[in-house]
Design a protein around this ligand. Structure first.
Ligand code: 3PG
Length: 281
């Protein structure tokens, strides 16, 4: 796959819009605090590198599924607090992710400083991949960096739409690492190769499952979609999440999986080594 990484572009003094995946677990009750910051730590090498090279950094993410309107429990405030504690450079927070107030904060942002935007999904246009919303996000940026690997399968405004309105685009280190790893695993996997896939719905992952069935010796299914497969096997699933219209599909995947086409033994492309796991950003 041909793409640039942040090492290939000039970010000095540029307004860099970094799409991160800070969809981290929080405590159920207020005050909401982060219970696992793995995803934030995974984005740290990209953040650190961009700031070190003098970017004016604008970080955007979704959190949960707030259905297009503000809800305190989905605010990125706890993530801001967390970043503030971990970062050695100034970071600010916006009450929204688009609009004149945000634009003014971006204008005031200096090289080496960070502005965290409020949850993108407080606007329904984000998930609808609305072009006007994507353009409003793009207005904040000279450069677009995608490091949100966990959300890369979503055709949302901050992931897909925005790329049509920003000319300089690059992958962050996390995205690059995952793409290299995935590419290596899928084109030349070492056997035995066991794939594990989770998630609520088969419908969003059918292509991936079919692809994996051709390459992996075993595919292990977890998460909510397990119940659709269990129902396809005639098992009792009580009130568990199920996609009734996908039970037949699950049956055919179980009974007639696509043929495994074994590639020769090959190494798996490893990590880029850029993630040093250190606490400070
Ligand atoms: C995830 O946690 O899987 C990603 O952040 C994507 O979130 P979503 O499934 O709500 O789009």
């Amino acid at each position: 796959m041909n793409y640039k990484t942040i090492d290939d572009i000039d970010v000095t003094n540029k307004r860099v819009f970094l799409r991160a995946d800070f969809n981290v677990p929080l405590t159920k009750e207020a005050p909401y605090t982060i219970t696992d910051d793995t995803r934030i730590r995974a984005a740290a090498p990209t953040i650190r590198a961009l700031l070190k090279r003098g970017a004016r950094l604008i970080v955007a993410s979704h959190l949960g599924r707030p259905k297009g309107k503000f809800e305190e429990k989905y605010s990125l405030k706890p993530i801001f607090q967390h970043l503030k504690e971990k970062m050695t450079t100034p970071i600010f927070f916006t009450k929204d992710c688009i609009g004149p107030e945000v634009e003014a904060q971006v204008s005031a942002l200096k090289s080496g400083e960070t502005l965290l935007l409020e949850n993108l999904r407080f606007h329904p246009e984000e998930e609808k991949n609305d072009p006007a919303f994507a353009q409003a996000l793009a207005k904040l940026a000279d450069v677009y960096v995608d490091d949100a690997f966990g959300a890369a399968h979503r055709a949302h405004a901050s992931i897909e739409g925005i790329t049509h309105f920003v000319s300089v685009k690059a992958a962050g280190y996390l995205m690059d690492k995952e793409l290299k790893y995935l590419g290596g695993v899928l084109t030349n996997p070492a056997h035995p190769f066991i794939a594990i896939i989770g998630g609520a719905k088969i419908s969003g992952k059918i292509d991936v499952i079919q692809n994996l069935l051709q390459k992996a010796d075993k595919v292990l299914v977890g998460g909510g979609m397990t119940y659709t497969f269990l129902k396809a096997q005639g098992k009792e699933i009580g009130k568990s999440l199920v996609e009734d219209d996908k039970v037949e599909l699950a049956k055919s995947l179980l009974n007639n999986p696509p043929r495994l086409s074994k590639a020769g033994d090959g190494g798996v492309v490893g990590s880029s080594g850029r993630y040093d796991g250190s606490e400070r950003i």
